[in-house]
Design a protein around this ligand. Structure first.
Ligand code: HEM
Length: 407
């Protein structure tokens, strides 16, 4: 059901269409498809404005009339203190201007394309090893046994975690990542808080250890750089490392499972990739467009913004719906068709956001998705699944259900 807000006689502009959150979560693509031609944004009944059209996302993402949300989303869910609040306040992800630049800068070099490329052979062998171990089984849960393992092992190897710690580390990360989903409900908050407390304590110990006994690894270099430059407080340094763990795990695990689900559901395209590996980068880009693992990113308006007569109010929480924008026929031809051969992807794929917060891990994510797919198509070309896995959330980090596969 759609609620039309009561007419406001003091303003000439149309009132926003209000869509109940439950309706949006039940059928996000259907809701976006219905409203995108009619209005540039809708409002969910929890007060968040949802921006629908590609051109508006592309221009407003670096418009000085908007800024990154800081702790406003957390406040909307009732979080105003505690470990999660401290994380959201201290992370580059939700900060602006000078604080954002300081927090992102020490990480930028490590995640640059050239440096990340050196990880490709390692990622590829992780993917192949997992499949070689499972080959005789004839079945696995694609999400837990394969898709989760690739980002988990990659991030753990960047951070230098002992292998035995990976399961509890990733468990905290996945629980904490719920705070970055549109389906985060207040009942989950205690579990998210606890996971945040444990993860930050763990990473804090790790950083202390590298300060005491430096190794030849990323964390030792990171602590040495931030301590030498004196630009980040110890707590800020810690929050940026937690950000990397958080931003780089759930996002990629879901994307990997979703891309396989999409290809298997379009069998002829799966078979084409098995025959011709040059189709892999296009398949990755198309799966990220068609059914993204991150469905939106947030911003806050500083002043009113007029979009063709529809006005976003000042001080509004806005969800930039990449999920809607990447199905916008103004940007993509046959936008509702899954087509790994399409040639109309923009140079800056919208799934990774834009402006100064554009995903720091884009090169790494693409590489994990490409190598994961390459290993699967090489080792298990006869892979199949039953049905379509449930994919949850209209925005933020999305979730995919368990996905049994057979070969
Ligand atoms: C398919 C996988 C991924 C997707 C779809 C994705 C998407 C995004 C998006 C949309 C943003 C921008 C958020 C905003 O503007 O509010 C972002 C930021 C970020 N991502 Fe990713 N990401 C992925 C994987 C990764 C990986 C593997 C890493 C690991 C290093 C990573 C690290 C980050 C960081 C640190 C930020 C914050 C950047 C900043 O605020 O300056 N991401 N990501």
């Amino acid at each position: 059901m759609t609620i039309l807000a009561s007419p406001n006689h003091t303003h000439a502009q149309p009132e926003p269409v209000i869509v109940p959150r439950a309706e949006l979560e039940r059928d996000p693509h259907g809701t976006f498809r219905r409203y995108r031609p009619l209005v540039p944004f809708i409002r969910s009944d929890d007060g968040v404005f949802i921006l629908l059209r590609a051109a508006d996302l592309q221009s407003l993402v670096s418009d000085p009339r908007t800024r990154q949300v800081e702790t406003e989303f957390a406040a909307l869910r009732g979080v105003t203190s505690g470990p999660l609040f401290a994380f959201l306040q201290g992370s580059m992800l939700l900060s602006n201007d000078e604080a954002h630049r300081r927090r992102r800068a020490p990480m930028s070099r490590t995640f640059a394309f050239r440096i990340v490329s050196e990880l490709r052979p390692r990622i590829s062998s992780v993917a192949e090893d997992i499949l070689d171990e499972r080959r005789g089984d004839g079945t696995m849960n694609l999400l837990a046994d394969f898709a989760a393992a690739i980002p988990a092992r990659t991030i753990s190897s960047i951070l230098g975690l002992p292998e035995a710690d990976i399961p509890r580390f990733t468990d905290w990360v996945y629980r904490m990542a719920r705070s970055l989903s549109s389906t985060w409900v207040p009942e989950e908050t205690p579990a998210i808080e606890e996971a945040t407390r444990q993860l930050t304590a763990y990473v804090s110990d790790l950083l202390d250890e590298r300060r005491r006994v430096p190794r030849d690894d990323f964390l030792s270099q990171f602590t040495a750089t931030v301590d030498r430059q004196g630009q980040l407080s110890p707590s800020e340094a810690l929050m940026q490392v937690v950000t990397i763990a958080l931003a780089g795990s759930d996002t990629t695990r879901a994307a990997l499972a979703i891309q396989v689900a999409l290809l298997l559901a379009h069998r002829e395209q799966w078979e084409a990739v098995c025959r011709d590996e040059s189709l892999i980068p296009g398949a990755v880009a198309e799966a990220l467009r068609y059914e993204p693992s991150v469905g939106s990113f947030p911003r806050f308006t500083l002043v009113e913004i007029d979009l063709g007569g529809h006005v976003l109010p000042a001080q509004a929480l806005v969800s930039f719906s990449t999920m809607s924008a990447m199905r916008d026929p103004a940007l993509y031809e046959d936008a509702d068709q899954f087509n790994i051969r399409r040639t109309d992807h923009p140079r800056w794929h919208l799934v990774f956001g834009g402006g100064v917060h554009r995903c720091l891990g884009e090169a790494l994510a693409r590489m994990e998705l490409e190598e994961g797919l390459r290993a699967l198509t090489r080792r298990l070309p006869h892979l199949r699944t039953e049905g379509w896995p449930q994919i949850e959330a209209s925005g933020g980090i999305r979730r995919i259900a368990e996905m049994p596969v057979f070969w």
